[in-house]
Design a protein around this ligand. Structure first.
Ligand SMILES: [Zn+2]
Length: 452
């Protein structure tokens, strides 16, 4: 509430005394990407004060003075990217996770939704430090520890076996002020799973989940499930034909349930072959332990028979045919990647760019893919100060050298990141990345020296 009130004051001060004092930041002659309406607005000037967009006006209609001025000629401006499914984790290498924060930002990701791991207390602390401007990184929205049954395979879970324990767990998540609730089905008893969705939703959280085979998707949706994580779960509501499938999907849409397809990680696994990722230069920016965590899954894939490999690919291809049907049904799609530890070659920061490309490859338009990242992302948390380059919105922005509505790959033509009104130009972004690379290389050297 406090933020909204301050924002209101800043806006009214702006309208009364516009010409008297220079504003903080002005980006002139830039092309605004209006994602919602799938259009470009050329020759705009974006006026920013602190962390907020004061106004967006035609360039030849303003001569407002600013402390910092950016020439946006030839550049395209849009909201910073949201990766709506990442993981921070790996209790033995918290330091490597910490390095991911500037990495995300340096790649144009200004918000991430952390879908649980085993270092929740660190993540919560980073979230708050970033909010206070004490640490460089994207805004973090985190589930904190996820809900599971007793004896879950994942470390860091809140394990529950009764309604009483569910209540205690939700109370503790409330104390931690987590941003949403994540529930998975490794060891959680199905009726308690359903109850957990109901109660978490009743307490006002968005609820995200893997889907247990014993539960009906519609029952979960009726209980308040906000997102199904991973596309594979959706195949179970396939109809006799496409029209029927779309009708089934519409029922989920009407109940307010959306989906985070996480195509990239599935693609990485489906088409993995020896040597495929080893020369990726982004590996130089990821810590050694985090990279080591990629191997558990690869070790399993290595032993796959030819038949298993073909099945993997066929399954993935089948699952991706649902993506355009989901879009047609009007069900909300969120762009998220599963990037982070354990998820092989799903690179934090780069992943969301590749995920958007996968979305387009499998049937969405670039506009629909971008909507899934920067508009639906904040929607999930009921935040309306994001999602557009417009008056009153947050100054979390990226400037690109080419238009991503035309070619989705152009999100990678990153020239500048603005986070909470603070500018990081290309040179500063390179510097941030260089520092991460040096940090990684030093840690690798130290590990190797200890081995000798
Ligand atoms: Zn995940």
């Amino acid at each position: 509430m406090k933020h909204t009130l301050l924002a209101g004051i800043a806006l009214s001060l702006w309208s009364c005394q516009a010409q008297e004092q220079p504003i903080d930041l002005k980006i002139s002659n830039v092309t605004v990407i209006d994602i919602q309406n799938d259009q470009l607005i050329p020759s705009q000037t974006v006026l920013i004060s602190q962390d907020q967009i004061l106004d967006v006006v035609d360039t030849d209609e303003t001569n407002v003075k600013a402390i910092q001025e950016v020439d946006g000629t030839g550049l395209f401006i849009m909201p910073g990217l949201w990766d709506n499914h990442v993981h921070f984790g790996g209790a033995e290498y918290v330091d490597e996770n910490e390095q991911l924060l500037p990495l995300y930002l340096s790649m144009g990701v200004t918000s991430v939704r952390d879908a649980a791991g085993d270092i929740s207390m660190d993540v919560l602390q980073w979230r708050d430090e970033i909010k206070e401007g004490e640490r460089i990184g994207p805004h973090i929205y985190t589930s904190g520890p996820k809900l599971e049954g007793k004896g879950s395979i994942w470390p860091g879970d809140l394990e529950i076996a009764s309604e009483e324990e569910l209540k205690v767990a939700l109370d503790s998540l409330e104390k931690l002020q987590v941003d949403f609730i994540k529930i998975t089905d490794n060891a959680l008893e199905p009726t308690l799973f359903l109850e957990a969705v109901k109660q978490a939703s009743a307490r006002g959280w968005s609820v995200s989940a893997h889907i247990p085979s014993a539960l009906d998707l519609m029952d979960l949706a009726e209980s308040g499930l906000t997102t199904i994580e991973h596309l594979g779960y959706i195949t179970r509501i396939e109809g006799e034909n496409e029209a029927e499938t779309i009708e089934n999907l519409k029922q989920l849409r009407d109940l307010g349930t959306g989906i985070v397809p996480t195509l990239l990680i599935s693609d990485n696994i489906a088409y993995w072959e020896p040597g495929k990722f080893e020369s990726d230069t982004i590996l130089q920016y990821l810590g050694p332990k985090l990279k080591e965590s990629y191997t558990w899954r690869i070790d399993r894939l290595k032993n796959d028979t030819e038949e298993a490999r073909e099945n993997r690919q066929r399954n993935f291809e089948k699952v991706t045919t649902f993506l355009p049907l989901i879009q047609q049904s009007g069900m909300k799609i969120y762009a998220g990647t599963d990037a982070g530890y354990l998820n092989s070659y799903d690179y934090p920061g780069l992943a969301i760019h590749l995920e958007l490309q996968k979305m387009v490859e499998f049937g969405l338009s670039p506009q629909e893919a971008l909507t899934a990242s920067v508009i639906h992302g904040p929607d999930y948390f009921g935040l309306n100060e994001f999602g557009a380059v417009a008056k009153g919105k947050k100054a979390d922005l990226i400037l690109l050298r080419a238009n991503p509505l035309e070619q989705i790959q152009n999100t990678q033509q990153l020239e500048m990141v603005i986070f909470e009104g603070k500018v990081f130009d290309r040179q500063q972004l390179n510097q941030m990345q260089q520092e991460i690379k040096t940090w990684v290389s030093n840690k690798e050297k130290a590990i190797n020296a200890a081995k000798e």
